[in-house]
Design a protein around this ligand. Structure first.
Ligand code: F6R
Ligand code: MG
Ligand code: MG
Length: 366
């Protein structure tokens, strides 16, 4: 039986006004270009957006890192960039870091999460897409979903999940990776993933090796060696029958969590789970937020989507996040609202240092 691949590839190629939302003409163009490939390179596709990010969800049989699929995504982003430029949208083409495609969009700006699996009798898949935050934002939620029995009761009472899961962690700065098994290595896992700007969970696997979750881990400033574009990650999670249930997968989003990103990628703020209609960023260019689209994958076809956070069950976390936003915004340019000096994506410090260099006096005793 052939395997199904899901590729979620996203980029910010221009928005309006400022960095807040996608223009409908970009969505239409992307939808049209992907639909032309349905039944050819692709089995199925779905185009959506979160804030200023254009999200391409594609299914096919060509495996992860497939050059043709990546080229298609690159071409879609390039065509949408042309429209964005013609409308003078803000940041037109901002996430396309290269002039021409060279084999794989990883390392070229767009964010990528992919997984390949043999479909079960029925395969529910949840696709999360975020704006105004960084890839490590998923760490907390993946930990809760796949390792915390207070979130996921199946870890305790479902024999098919009782052995736990394996987490693949990437060190974005050290450029290395490791697999840690939970529950045995839970404390070692936490020591890393509690530092989400550097250590990110890339994949989660079942004990039999089956893929359970996959995230995008591109850090554009690390790719380009300077601050450019935005990371705004995506994540694919499989649910039910040996994996956490759909309800267990979305349950951790009921906790208000502070993530890095927001204004100028240089602040911490609450992570709002929202329905698609509420996915555009406003207050202080945010707050950081995410949507979740649920599908049944059926011989590669995407049956859905269901807009999972479009539900009053998430009203309370949204209101608690808004309260947190008020509290942390009141700190203005002070840490921990503002990120630490080394982590800020914008800084005036070198310029200020040069200007004041002669006025600083040594504290050392003569
Ligand atoms: C954050 C984001 C925005 C911009 C901000 C300044 O991810 O996209 O908060 O950083 O609006 O944008 P520029 O520097 O383009 O004026
Ligand atoms: Mg933008
Ligand atoms: Mg964005």
């Amino acid at each position: 039986m052939s395997k199904t691949t899901i590729s979620v590839i996203k980029a910010d190629v221009g928005s309006f006004p400022g960095h807040s939302r996608i223009h409908p003409r970009l969505l239409e163009k992307a939808q049209k270009l992907l639909k032309e490939e349905n039944g050819k390179l692709l089995i199925d596709s779905f185009v959506t957006h979160c804030g200023d990010d254009l999200e391409l969800i594609m299914t096919h049989t060509h495996g992860v890192d497939n050059e043709k699929v990546h080229r298609l995504a690159w071409d879609v982003f390039s065509e949408c960039t042309k429209i964005a430029k013609s409308l003078k949208l803000y940041g037109a083409g901002q996430d396309l870091l290269a002039d021409a495609f060279s084999g794989n969009v990883r390392g070229m700006g767009p964010g990528v999460a992919e997984m390949e699996f043999e479909e079960r009798g029925s395969d529910p898949v949840l696709i999360f897409m975020a704006d105004k935050t960084e890839p490590g934002a998923w760490n907390f939620f993946l930990y809760k979903i796949f390792a915390d029995p207070f979130n996921t009761s199946g870890l305790v009472i479902d024999p098919s999940m009782h052995k736990g899961f394996i987490f693949e962690v990437h060190d974005l700065i050290g450029k290395r990776k490791i697999r840690l098994s939970c529950p045995e290595e839970l404390y070692s896992l936490l020591v890393y993933i509690g530092a989400p700007s550097r250590y990110v969970i890339k994949h989660v696997f079942g004990r039999d090796g089956s893929i359970a979750a996959s995230t995008s881990t591109q850090h554009l400033n690390l790719v380009a060696g300077r601050y450019v574009g935005k990371d705004d990650p995506v994540m694919i999670v499989r649910a039910q029958s040996g994996f956490p249930s759909v309800g267990e997968v979305i349950e951790p989003f009921c906790t208000p969590v502070l993530v890095a990103g927001w204004m100028r990628g240089s602040h911490h703020g609450p992570f709002l789970p929202v329905g698609l209609c509420e996915s555009s960023c406003t207050r202080f260019d945010g707050p950081p937020r995410c949507i979740c689209m649920g599908f049944q994958v059926s011989d590669g076809r995407l049956i859905g989507p269901a807009d999972m956070f479009d539900d009053p069950a998430f009203d309370r976390v949204r209101s608690r996040c808004n309260e947190l936003a008020d509290i942390i915004r009141a700190q203005g340019p002070f840490e921990p609202h503002r990120r630490s000096l080394g982590e800020m994506e914008y800084t005036t410090l070198p310029g200020v240092e040069t200007e004041l260099a002669d006025r600083w006096e040594s504290l050392s005793l003569k």
